[in-house]
Design a protein around this ligand. Structure first.
Ligand SMILES: Cc1cc2nc3c(=O)[nH]c(=O)nc-3n(C[C@H](O)[C@H](O)[C@H](O)COP(=O)(O)OP(=O)(O)OC[C@H]3O[C@@H](n4cnc5c(N)ncnc54)[C@H](O)[C@@H]3O)c2cc1C
Length: 413
C-alpha cells in the first residue's frame, strides 16, 4: 500500500471541528489565564472551555467505542491536538492529563476495572470528572525504573489483608486537585510494593478513587507557563484501597504500564508542539511580510529572515510527520511499538523551543512583551522538553534502552 498523507473525510471533519472549537471556546480563555494572578484562578479560567470540550465529545475521544467512548485513533487525536494547541494549551492539556491518568486502566485494566473506573468518565458529559496519573514523587521522577532498590519510587504500597495501604508524596500531579481542590475523581498511583526491591520486581500502579481518606492536595504550583493546567502536590497518607485496584502485576508489567501511558502522551505532545510552532510561525511570518522596520522593503525580503522562516517551516513539517508516524505506529501495534512515539516527544519538543525562539528573533523586541502572543508561546513552550518525564531523564533514556535491548532492529518499525 502506498504511503498516503491524505486525511480521510473523518479526519478532515475532526480537523475542522477542532479548529472551529478552538476559536470559539479556547481563544477567549487565553487572556483570562494570562491575567489570573493566582494559579488556581488560571486553572478555573479553563472550566467552561473544558465543559464545552465534554459537550463536543473531546473528553472521551480517546476511550474505545467498546467502552462507550468515541474511539479516535492516535492520529485522529494528534490532528485535533494540533488545531486546539494553536490557540490555547490549558483545557486540551487537562484532557490529555486525564487521558494519561486513565491509560493504565485502558491499556492494562481488567474488564471489571474498566467497567468500574472508565464508565463514569464515559457518562460524564459536563467535564466534571478529572483523572490524574500520580507518578512524579517529590524526590524525583526520571529514575522511577531504577533496578537498584536504593533509588526508584519512594511512594510505597503495602498489602494488609485485602487492602493496599499507600503512603507517599507526589507533585506536578496534573488534575490532582480536581475542579474543587478536593482531589481528582480518580488517581492512578505509581508506587513500589517493596522498598527492598527495584522497579523490575516491585513497581506497581494502583487505581485510587479521589475521595479516599488520606489524600490531601497540599500545594498548587504557580508555573512560568502552561498555567491553564493545574499541577499540584498531593500527599497520600495511609490511603486504603481494595487489593483488586492493582492494575496488572508489580514489576515488569508495572514498568510497562508506566511506559505505555507515557508513550501515549509522548506521541500526542508532538501534536501540541506542532500547534504551538504553527502559531509562532504565523505570527513571525505576518510580522516579516507586513513590516519594514525603517527599511525600504518588508523584512521578509532580507535573506537572513527568509532563510530563518524556511528553516522554521521545515522543522514544523518534520515534527508534524514524525508525530503522525509515532501515532500510526502506536495505533497499528496496539501500543507496543513505541520508539517513534518517544522520538516524537523529544524531537518535537526541542524543535518547538527552537522554532518559538527563532520566531521571536524574526519579530524582534516586540516579541519580548509579556502580553504579546509570542510571550505566552515562549512561556508555554519551554515546558515541553522538561515535562512528561523530561527529555534527558526518561525520554532519551528509553530510546537508549531500546537500542541496548538484545536484537534491537534499528529499522524494523
Ligand atoms: C505541565 C506539567 C504537567 C505534568 N503532569 C504530570 C502528571 O500528570 N503526573 C506526574 O506524575 N507528573 C507530571 N509532571 C511532572 C513531569 O512529568 C516530570 O518531568 C517527570 O515526572 C520527571 O521528573 P523530573 O523532571 O522532576 O525529573 P527528576 O527525577 O527530578 O530529574 C531532574 C533532571 O535530572 C536529570 N536526570 C535525572 N535522571 C537522569 C538520567 N537517568 N539520565 C539523564 N538525566 C537525568 C534530567 O535532566 C532531569 O530532567 C508534570 C509537569 C508539568 C510541568
Amino acid at each position: 500500500m502506498a504511503i498516503d498523507f491524505t486525511l480521510s473525510e473523518t479526519q478532515l471533519g475532526i480537523q475542522a471541528s477542532a479548529r472551529d472549537f478552538a476559536q470559539r471556546f479556547l481563544a477567549p480563555t487565553a487572556a483570562a489565564i494570562d491575567r489570573a494572578a493566582d494559579p488556581w484562578d488560571a486553572f478555573q479560567a479553563t472550566r467552561e472551555a473544558y465543559r464545552e470540550m465534554a459537550h463536543a465529545g473531546f473528553t472521551k475521544c480517546f476511550i474505545p467505542e467498546s467502552l462507550g467512548g468515541l474511539g479516535f485513533s492516535m492520529v485522529d487525536i494528534a490532528i485535533a491536538a494540533e488545531e486546539l494547541s494553536q490557540v490555547e494549551l490549558g483545557a486540551p492539556s487537562t484532557m490529555l492529563a486525564s487521558g494519561l491518568g486513565l491509560q493504565p486502566i485502558l491499556q492494562y485494566g481488567t474488564d471489571a476495572q474498566q467497567r468500574q473506573f472508565i464508565k463514569p468518565f464515559v457518562d460524564d458529559n459536563e467535564g466534571a470528572l478529572l483523572a490524574s496519573l500520580a507518578f512524579t514523587d517529590t524526590a524525583g521522577g526520571a529514575n522511577y525504573d531504577s533496578a537498584d532498590p536504593a533509588g526508584g519510587m519512594k511512594t510505597m504500597a503495602r498489602l494488609e489483608g485485602d487492602t493496599w495501604v499507600i503512603n507517599g508524596q507526589k507533585h506536578y500531579t496534573s488534575n490532582g486537585a480536581g475542579w474543587d481542590k478536593k482531589g481528582a475523581h480518580l488517581f492512578t498511583v505509581v508506587c513500589r510494593i517493596d522498598s527492598t526491591k527495584g522497579a523490575d520486581e516491585a513497581l506497581a500502579v494502583i487505581a485510587v478513587p479521589g475521595n479516599t481518606p488520606g489524600i490531601e492536595v497540599v500545594s498548587i504550583y504557580d508555573k512560568l507557563g502552561q498555567r491553564g493546567i493545574c499541577t499540584p502536590a498531593v500527599t497520600f497518607r495511609n490511603v486504603r484501597v481494595p487489593k483488586a485496584n492493582l492494575i496488572g502485576t508489580p514489576g515488569a508489567i508495572g514498568k510497562a504500564i508506566v511506559d505505555g501511558a507515557f508513550a501515549w502522551t509522548a506521541a500526542l505532545i508532538g501534536g501540541a508542539c506542532v500547534g504551538v510552532m504553527k502559531a509562532a510561525f504565523r505570527h513571525a511570518f505576518a510580522a516579516a511580510r507586513d513590516q519594514k522596520k525603517l527599511g525600504a522593503h518588508p523584512v521578509i525580503e532580507h535573506q537572513t529572515i527568509g532563510y530563518r522562516l524556511v528553516d522554521m517551516k521545515m522543522g514544523i513539517e518534520a515534527a508534524r510527520y514524525l508525530t503522525w508516524k509515532g501515532c500510526h505506529d502506536y495505533d497499528v501495534s496496539h501500543s507496543k511499538d513505541r520508539e517513534a512515539a518517544i522520538m516524537t516527544k523529544v524531537y518535537a519538543s526541542e524543535m518547538a523551543v527552537h522554532v518559538v525562539q527563532e520566531a521571536m528573533r524574526v519579530v524582534g523586541i516586540d516579541s519580548y512583551i509579556k502580553d504579546s502572543p509570542m510571550g505566552r508561546l515562549y512561556r508555554d513552550v519551554i515546558c515541553f522538553p522538561l515535562y512528561d518525564g523530561s527529555n534527558d531523564g526518561v525520554r532519551r533514556k528509553q530510546l537508549h534502552g531500546l537500542m541496548l535491548a538484545p536484537g534491537y532492529d534499528a529499522y524494523g518499525a
